[in-house]
Design a protein around this ligand. Structure first.
Ligand code: ADP
Ligand code: ZN
Length: 666
């Protein structure tokens, strides 16, 4: 119900308990790069001397070199003609004479190095010294390619690391089916699948293939119109929207809708899953996004469809200390940049699908990006019938098949589940060698799929359906019969999101809320649990959401709005984010708790009394819900009669289409 009228009470009541998760530093691949870079740097700068580490050497003039040889210090002389330099290795007993240091400091084979004027002169000099007996060793020559080898050996570790890295990249790159060679060169390319007219994977999906989803279809039809005749809109100065976000549970036909848009508008269609962007390596996601948009611009007008956009679009962390340049975030940033970057009228429209719009980054939902949200919910009874009709088209069915019955037997099924039922039924019939698929095959298929799905999705049993109907009827009955509760628009027991059923109310447009209004709303919110207790004899987990809201509301009213008689006119609200200290005493804390309990208990009793008083009406409502799954304000009015109070909003209600603000989850 209309929590949004009291924005300051929610979330503060127990904010101290929150915010401690997600503080573990996340493993970030940037660090791997930093480590590799450091290692390379070390090898590069230190590597040159590694071979001679611990060996002293000294540059001297040719004259000094000659003196050393004449004094008989030389052990070995090696000349490099290419460089014009000569090395004289010093005899161990003369190391101290040359280096003024012991062997411990200079190493076993220290040398002096000098430039020689010409090879002939050097030869001559060395020969003379040999004859004189000052030098007993040989003069040997060394080629420059030794230096090459030396460089090679210095660089070897580096080359090795690069090789390993390439190997890993290639493994990663080819993982996604790019295949063969070039994995490493293609990591930055987008993996989008292109559906285009005249190619083998041409899309033949049209709106006819999408059953039900009337309102989603209508909104999406407009996008087709944009793509087909952009001038119609731009001539009037209008801007064509850049993106539309399809929100709804899996299997409800979001991809199908996007494909239908492409099929109807006759434009190319790039399809990609959000998780395709995310890779272990920094920068890959961003580069894939760039690549995708580049390709799309070449093919404009066209549609980009990103399935499961929450894989990249999850809200960026607020903590600037950690993960600030996390890969996913840089991918998201790139996506935002690209969406800003191309002109509004370039003919590229982005559609994305998610079943968690609430966790998406706010920046994605801003104007100029995914500013349109199109809700695609699980089908209700009539919609399921329509989906069955679509998927029964290619199947040879027995004449006795009753589609009504099938739709009735499949509450909570998504479009994909229904497609699955039809296929499974055909398989079962074929296994039994039948000529046509019969009702029994379908029912067997339903059972089989319910069995398989039970844990995964919100498939309901008859019993659960009844409980949910009683619960929702409880909300509806009370809100209809209390003066200040929000007027009801629609009640459904079709599961949506995490909730099992839902009721929609039109929240009153009001700036302040009185205590009576809050209490009435609290009573209506408790009506679900009260109805369960009264009419099934059990209470269920389905009311948790309601209870959470009621509890917060009660704390807000008592601790922040001074609305209880025991604590009048006191506000303990503190807007300091990290205040661990409560601004009240232990005794007051106990009093607040007591008052909250009392307030909720009072409203719960009130709800039960009212439900008992209106039990016939409540039962009729619940039966209607079980039968139809969705009921509207008119149906409630038929049962309870017109509400005697006409509020400002109800006047609006008659003149305005229903909106699903202020929805109430079971
Ligand atoms: P989502 O993208 O919402 O997860 P899909 O669009 O991939 O779901 O739907 C999967 C399949 O389910 C479709 O290929 C189609 O066969 C079937 N389906 C889902 N919704 C509908 C629908 N409203 N009408 C007809 N078929 C549907
Ligand atoms: Zn409820």
């Amino acid at each position: 119900m209309a929590d949004q009228n009291q924005p300051n009470i929610n979330g503060n009541a127990n904010s101290t308990n929150r915010g401690n998760k997600n503080k573990m530093p996340r493993f970030n691949f940037t660090w791997v790069y930093v480590l590799i870079a450091l290692a390379l740097g070390y090898l590069f700068f230190a590597g040159g001397d590694m071979q001679q580490s611990g060996t002293a050497s000294k540059k001297v003039t040719y004259t000094v070199f000659k003196q050393y040889v004449e004094q008989g210090y030389a052990n070995k002389i090696i000349a490099n003609k290419d460089e014009g330099s000569v090395r004289m290795y010093v005899k161990p007993e003369h190391i101290r004479d040359v280096f003024q240091q012991g062997v411990e400091q200079t190493g076993k084979q220290p040398f002096v190095q000098a430039e020689f004027p010409s090879a002939d002169k050097l030869d001559e000099f060395v020969e003379a010294q040999q004859e004189l007996g000052n030098f007993k060793g040989e003069l040997s020559y060394k080629r420059s390619d030794d230096t090459f080898m030396q460089v090679f050996w210095n660089l070897f570790p580096l080359l090795f690391i690069i090789a390993v890295w390439i190997f890993i990249m290639r493994r990663m790159g080819s993982g996604g089916g790019v295949g063969g060679m070039g994995g490493i060169f293609n990591v930055g390319r987008s993996r989008a699948q292109l559906v285009e007219k005249g190619t083998e994977n041409e899309s033949k999906v049209t709106f006819k293939d999408v059953a039900g989803q009337a309102s989603a279809k209508q909104e999406v039809q407009e996008i087709v119109e944009f793509l087909k005749n952009p001038n119609k809109f731009t001539d009037l100065g209008g801007k064509i929207p850049k993106g539309a976000l399809l929100v709804g549970p899996p299997g409800t036909g979001k991809t199908l809708l996007a494909k239908a848009v492409a099929g109807e508008a006759d434009v190319p269609f790039f399809s990609m899953s959000g998780s395709d962007f995310v890779e272990m390596f920094v920068g890959v996601g961003a580069s894939r996004v760039r690549d995708l948009f580049r390709q799309a611009k070449e093919k404009a007008p066209c549609i980009i469809f990103i399935d499961e956009i929450d894989a990249v679009g999850r809200a960026r962390s607020r903590n600037a200390m950690m993960g600030g340049n996390d890969e996913r975030e840089s991918t998201l940033n790139q996506l935002l940049t690209e969406m800003d970057g191309f002109g509004t009228n370039s003919g590229v429209i982005i559609m994305a699908a998610t079943n968690r719009a609430d966790i998406l980054d706010k920046a994605l939902l801003r104007a100029g990006r995914f500013d349109r949200q199109i809700h695609v919910d699980l089908p209700d009874l009539n919609e399921r019938k329509a989906v069955f009709k679509v998927h029964l088209r290619p199947i040879k069915v027995d004449a006795s098949l009753d589609i009504d019955l099938l739709a009735r037997q499949t509450p909570g099924f998504s479009g994909a589940d229904i497609a699955n039922v039809c296929n499974e039924a055909a398989l079962i019939a074929a296994r039994h060698g039948k000529q046509a698929v019969t009702k029994e095959d379908f029912l067997a298929a339903v059972d089989r799929i319910v069995g398989g799905l039970e844990k995964k999705t919100k498939v309901m049993t008859e019993d659960e359906k009844r409980t949910i109907a009683l619960h929702e009827a409880g909300h509806a009955t009370i809100s209809w019969n209390l003066q200040y509760a929000n007027p009801l628009i629609k009640v459904t027991i079709v599961p949506r999101g995490r909730a099992l059923g839902a009721a929609w109310y039109l929240p009153e447009e009001r700036q302040i809320t009185t205590r009576e209004q809050m209490l009435d709303e609290m009573c209506a919110t408790l009506g679900g649990r009260a109805a369960e207790e009264l009419f099934t004899g059990h209470i269920s987990s389905g009311a948790m959401n309601d209870l959470e809201r009621v509890t917060k509301q009660a704390y807000g009213m008592i601790a922040y709005m001074g609305m209880s008689d025991a604590l009048p006119n006191l506000c303990y609200y503190s807007n300091e984010e990290y205040s661990w200290q409560r601004p009240y005493s232990e005794a007051t804390a106990e009093l607040i708790d007591k008052e909250v309990k009392r307030m909720i208990a009072e409203q719960y009793d009130r709800a039960k009394r009212l439900l008992l008083e209106k039990r016939e009406g409540h039962k009729a409502l619940a039966d209607l819900l079980v039968e139809r799954e969705v009921i509207y304000a008119e149906d409630v009015e038929n049962i309870f009669g017109k509400r005697p109070w006409v509020s400002r909003t109800e006047e609006l209600l008659t003149s305005q289409p229903a909106n699903d603000d202020g929805e109430d989850n079971l």
